[in-house]
Structures are given as C-alpha cells and as structure tokens.
Ligand binder design. Structure first.
Ligand code: MLT
Length: 263
C-alpha cells in the first residue's frame, strides 16, 4: 500500500486487527525485514510496517533527511490510518527514530521495543565514517554499501552458512536509492543524544539485543535498561545486529509476550 505523506510517497503494509504494532526498520534496509514477524503476529495484532522515506518502495527525494522528519512521516501515516496509540518496535536506526518520535509524541506510545539500538549520539569518528560511507554510496553505488554493511549486520556464522538470508539482506540494501542512503547517513550523524530522555520514558519498554551485536552491543542495551524505568532486557543467542532476521522465532516470541500484556 502507498500513501502521500508530507509530500512524498510512503509504502507500508497494514495487516490484521487489534492492538497496533508499528515496526521501524534498520539502515539501510526496508519493511521486508519484518516479514516473519508480520506473518506470525498479524493473527493477533494490527501490524504496520513502513518503508521509511529514502527506502524500499517509498520515495527517496534528494534533500536533507532528519530523524525528526522520519518521526513526522510516521505520525502523519498513523493519522492517515486513524491509529492514535501504538506499540513501537524499532531496530537500530528504527530505534533512533523511536526516540525522535517519543520527543514529540510520547502520548501516542503505548509500549516501546528497542532492538539492537542505542541512545547515545555518534562520536566524532562515527560521524566521519558516515561521511565516508556516503561518498562510497555516491561513487560506487549500493552494491558497495552492501559489501560494507553485511559483515557488520550479520554474525560470521550467518554470513558463511545462510546464503539465502545474506542474499535477502543484500537485495534490500541494493534496492535503495543512493539519495536515501546518503540522506539516512546525514540524519544519523546529526541525531541528538537520547540518553537524557531515557529516565522520562513512562511506557512499558522491552530492550532486545543479539548477543553478537557489534554496532550496538550488550553494553548499549544495558545502559538503556538501567535508565528506562521498569525496562526489561532480552538477549538473543546466536544473533548479531539484525537479530529479528537471524533468530526470527525468538524475536517474534519476545514481541508477542510483551505486546500481549498491553493488549
Ligand atoms: C542500523 O542498523 O540501522 C545501523 O547500523 C545504525 C547505525 O549505523 O548507527
């Protein structure tokens, strides 16, 4: 499905009925990364998956991207779908966008699942490497971005033993426009530190992390658990950064258990 949101075409899926669960994907993927979770959970919940601006089947305008803009797109899409409150599930960049959404619309969050993400802003070195990656995207295209990202996103055993999953991740990355990839990199580099926000999160919160996650390791998850009142932590074995793709059943069960308590 598609809708014109804030002047751009946004692609999304809206399946099932009941408590709405809104899934926000990682960089540089798209809503297809949630296919297993959507299939399993749409018999119990209303599942909304979104291709963020710059990704998948959504428009990727050549302009400035910010995580606040992404949060505005989500708010406008939820209005379009007549969804007032929802449980938000954000993985990595999706988690950064949950923080941006919380800053503006905390009252619309009935629950929050932050997976393989972190509250801290980029370090100066991290910002430099975003700039370098944007130049790679511009000069060499999305295939080069897939080559760089896959070893960071997936566990070594996954890369070696699960070629079909690696192919699916590569196809998602290569399906993006360079404008969207560069836009995201600028948006993430500019994002605010969300650690001051953590103590004020009042909705029930679940933190999830793959035990082998390198970009946002257990220590980042632990920091959020320590500071968000009442948050719980689930560590998924044999998963790295894309824990929902590497261990889909376990990830789905955690989401189901959490959301069932809120339904
Ligand atoms: C993601 O998976 O969304 C990215 O790894 C996040 C990041 O680069 O900070």
């Amino acid at each position: 499905m598609k809708a014109t949101i804030n002047g751009v075409t946004i692609a999304y899926d809206d399946q099932g009925s009941g408590l709405p669960l809104v899934f926000l994907h990682a960089f540089p993927l798209n809503r297809r990364m949630w296919r297993d979770q959507a299939e399993a959970l749409s018999s119990t919940f209303r599942i909304v998956t979104i291709d963020l601006r710059g990704h998948g089947e959504s428009d990727a305008p050549l302009w400035r991207y910010t995580l606040d803009q992404a949060a505005e797109d989500i708010r406008a899409l939820l209005d379009h779908l007549s969804i007032r409150g929802a449980v938000f599930v954000g993985l990595s960049m999706g988690g950064y966008i949950c923080f941006a959404f919380h800053r503006r619309y905390a009252d619309r969050m009935k629950g929050l699942i932050l997976a393989d993400t972190k509250a801290q802003a980029d370090t100066p070195e991290g910002r430099d490497s975003r700039f370098q990656m944007a130049q790679v995207a511009y000069r060499k295209g999305t295939g080069a971005i897939a080559d760089m990202m896959i070893p960071r996103l997936l566990a070594p055993a996954t890369v070696q033993q699960r070629p079909e999953l690696v192919r699916a991740v590569r196809a998602m990355i290569e399906g993006n426009e360079v404008s969207g990839i560069a836009g995201d990199l600028m948006a993430m580099a500019e994002r605010a530190d969300s650690t001051p926000l953590l103590g004020g999160i009042r909705c029930p919160t679940q933190i999830i992390v793959g035990e082998l996650d390198q970009p946002t390791p257990l220590a980042d998850a632990q920091l959020m658990v320590d500071q968000i009142p009442g948050a719980s932590l689930a560590v998924i074995p044999e998963a790295a950064h894309l824990s929902n793709l590497e261990q889909p059943d376990e990830f789905t069960q955690i989401v189901e258990r959490f959301a069932s308590q809120l339904a």
